[in-house]
Design a protein around this ligand. Structure first.
Ligand SMILES: [Fe+2]
Length: 225
């Protein structure tokens, strides 16, 4: 798996410099302006729990790799309530009526959020347990970029307003290891795979990053308009 992890790190370097993250680091804007993309990611963030529960997890696990996947899903399937908690605290509940909000969530403007969920579901359902670990590793690294960039914005807002942002801030970040829960990078690197498995994993990594890139562009477009 080492080659796959190296590819993920290469991809992560490009991902870190995408326009959304440059926007989030732009100190000429207020922290709130840099967090304006937040409502736009609702569909995916809430769907991500389902991806863990109903797509990645398979009980009972048929091998040790699927067991690892399962352990990871029990951590990652319950972060979404903190997203909603911060949604309220950041003042987005006042945005619009429930019907307008649903129209928005299923509009063309947010299609990359939904495509991300549906494509990940397809990738995962066609993947064996080792390939699922590659999916998780790629997702975790994209998450690490988002959460580490959001952390300083959250800290500034928390200090100024005297609130705790559990999703955007330290509370959540400390639970996001950037890797499969319960495994470190070295352990994952040691996972043996044959040639065809490796080719498939490398293609999976490409697709996961491409999907997340399109997603970040959608979030940025929303933040700016
Ligand atoms: Fe999370």
């Amino acid at each position: 798996m080492k080659r796959v992890l190296n590819k993920i790190l290469e991809k992560k370097q490009t991902y870190t410099n995408l326009p959304l993250f440059q926007f989030m680091r732009d100190s000429s804007l207020t922290e709130e302006e840099r967090m304006a993309f937040y409502p736009c990611m609702a569909h995916f963030i809430l769907s991500f729990s389902d991806i863990n529960k109903y797509m990645l997890r398979e009980e009972p696990a048929t091998d040790a790799y699927q067991q690892r996947v399962n352990i990871h899903t029990y951590e990652d399937d319950h972060h979404w309530p903190w997203y909603l908690e911060d949604f309220t605290k950041l003042g987005f509940d006042r945005l619009c009526s429930p019907t307008s909000w649903m129209r928005f969530l299923w509009s063309d403007e947010t299609r990359q959020n939904r495509i991300l969920t549906y494509r990940l579901a397809t990738l995962i359902s066609n993947a064996n347990a080792i390939e699922r670990i590659a999916v998780i590793e790629a997702i975790e690294e994209t998450g690490n970029v988002l959460f580490s960039t959001m952390l300083s914005l959250a800290k500034a807002i928390e200090a100024r307003r005297g609130i705790q942002l559990r999703y955007c801030g330290e509370f959540h970040f400390s639970l996001e290891s950037g890797h499969s829960v319960g495994s470190d990078r070295d352990e994952i690197a040691e996972i043996p795979m044959d040639e065809s498995n490796q080719v498939r994993c490398l293609a999976i990594v490409d697709e996961v990053f491409a999907l997340f890139e399109a997603w970040t562009n959608e979030l940025l477009h929303y933040a700016k308009h």
